[in-house]
Design a protein around this ligand. Structure first.
Ligand code: NAI
Length: 256
């Protein structure tokens, strides 16, 4: 059997109504996982879950606002009721504030980006850990979707880059604290791939020049994340804890 096989695993993905989360659902289901998809736009995650179910997989789409504790609790309860205890949590939901510097953002920008990208990962991880303990699960697994902006960024990505710096650090601190509950924690740190989060930059005039900074001379594609995702979600990474898997065509090896 492939070391990346996910038969019998239940993976919960936040922010799965579009972009990476929507794509990840299909990749994980294709490897055998049951998937619970959470997002505020419930009709979108339900439609994605229906597609997966129609092609023979097991999937649930449920409402989830990662900034709201009551909503997160309901999401875990629905996921567990439908597909059993969650084995793997993917903290994927994220937003950016537009091309803004620290002088341009206001408090609403700060709160929405930090709450969605950073606070939510702590909150979801805490609620997940409570369930791992209550269900006496072993082999818990959290994957945080960080970004290469956690370490290298360009002007105008405030507070997004701040939140991702915090998320990578949170991954490392959780990796220290979560193993006592039988949970390991890693991060996936993609480079630039066209979605709603990166559209402002990748569809701007500076995109061609920006691409020259990537040694592989292209922006990423969703499929570039498939192998690293399956590695982190499966038992193939059983001894990985606190790792940040960078998938960026070598972008951070150059100066951004
Ligand atoms: P996206 O905008 O398509 O996906 C983000 C998802 O999060 C959306 O489905 C959105 O509805 C959801 N979301 C936002 N706020 C939420 C909330 N309060 N509760 C529940 N769901 C919420 O963009 P993308 O690119 O797929 O983003 C996924 C993750 O990947 C984000 O964390 C992003 O920061 C990260 N990322 C993206 C990169 C890129 O180049 N696209 C590069 C590196 C990281």
């Amino acid at each position: 059997m492939s070391p990346f096989n996910l038969d019998g695993k239940h993976v919960a993905i936040t922010g799965a109504s579009s972009g990476f989360g929507h794509h990840f659902a299909g990749v994980l289901a294709g490897a055998g996982a049951a998937v619970s998809l959470g997002a505020r736009r419930v009709e979108k995650v339900q439609a994605r879950a229906d597609e997966i179910t129609a092609s023979g997989g097991k999937a649930l789409g449920a409402a989830l606002d990662v900034t709201d504790k009551a909503s997160a609790e309901k999401f875990f309860a629905a996921a567990e009721a439908a597909l059993g205890p969650v084995d793997v949590l993917i903290n994927n939901a994220g937003i950016e504030a537009g091309a803004k510097t620290y002088m341009m953002i206001d408090e609403d920008d700060w709160h929405s980006v930090i709450d969605t990208n950073l606070k939510s990962a702590w909150l979801m991880s805490k609620l997940y850990t409570e369930r791992v303990v209550a269900n006496k699960l072993s082999g818990g697994n959290i994957i945080n979707v960080s970004s290469i902006t956690d370490t290298r960024t360009i002007k105008g990505q405030f507070p997004y880059a701040v939140s991702k710096g915090g998320l990578t650090r949170m991954t490392e601190v959780l990796a220290l604290e979560a193993p006592r509950y039988g949970i390991r924690v890693n991060a996936l740190a993609p480079g630039y791939i066209l979605t709603d989060v990166s559209r402002v930059l990748l569809e701007s005039e500076m995109a061609p020049e920006f691409m020259k900074g990537i040694p592989l001379r292209r922006f990423g594609e969703f499929e570039d994340l498939d192998g690293p995702l399956l590695l982190l979600a499966s038992d193939a990474s059983a001894y990985m804890n606190g790792s940040v898997v960078v998938v960026d065509g070598g972008h951070i090896c150059a100066s951004l």
